[in-house]
Design a binder for this molecule. Sequence first.
Ligand code: PAF
Length: 280
Amino acid sequence: MIVYRTKEELIRHLDDLRQKQKSIGLVPTMGALHDGHISLVSRSIEDNDSTLVSIFVNPTQFNDPSDLEKYPRTPEEDLILLREKGVDMVFMPPVNEMYPETDGRQFNLEGLDQVMEGASREGHFNGVAQIVSKLFQLVNPHRAYFGQKDFQQMVIIRHLVDQMAMKIDIVACPIIREKDGLAMSSRNIRLGRKERKTAPFIYQTLVEAAKKQAELSPSELKSWLSKRFEQQNLMELVYFEIVDDKTLKPIESWERDVNKVGCIAVILGGVRLLDNMIFN
Ligand code: PAF
């Protein structure tokens, strides 16, 4: 496994792979790797001749400096995991390699970035678009892998690829859960003991919500869910939205002939946790 810190070295290797007609899979991450990331890596290794994992905590997608500072960083452990997995290349650039100057680009994400996560994290998805577009332009992979846990991010990245007219296949991989149902996330390691014990309530509630679909309308289901969260004194429900899985527009009736996904964000002990569930 080769670890690259500069774009120049990486480009040289990628040019060589392309000349040899090798397919390239990209797994963009911010590190603190867990089994969710590893599932993306496994899928990329299966699908491509060569897999590149990027590890870069992207400052421009954090609107809160203390969130950026507290974001978990475990580079040594990450490299051990990736080596064991059989990854060919890792790209771990310092900040000034990706942002030699301030990135002032404003992406038109057509409102996809204004709802749910975007409503309370101003500029977050513009920052994601900045770094993902840089990585896509640099690597120009055949395929790129993203977890469905960050559902809104995945929809926005698909939109970005269309907008940039790039020929990259965006592969969405299923949520990987802990045994008790908690969706895996790098942020989970910041949960205290009490909070960690409470956290599976999020998934349990989504499962119950899915069962209630037959008896409640989408807006009744939303009220039912927010009442359940009112009884939880450790958790604050930020939002629960049932949306069209392409436009991210809220669904008013189950009859609409679109795929529906229930997206939730919760703050637990100061940690923001996301999850979602497909509603048929
Ligand atoms: O999902 C993430 O870890 C990040 O948002 C991503 C896609 C690596 C961009 O920094």
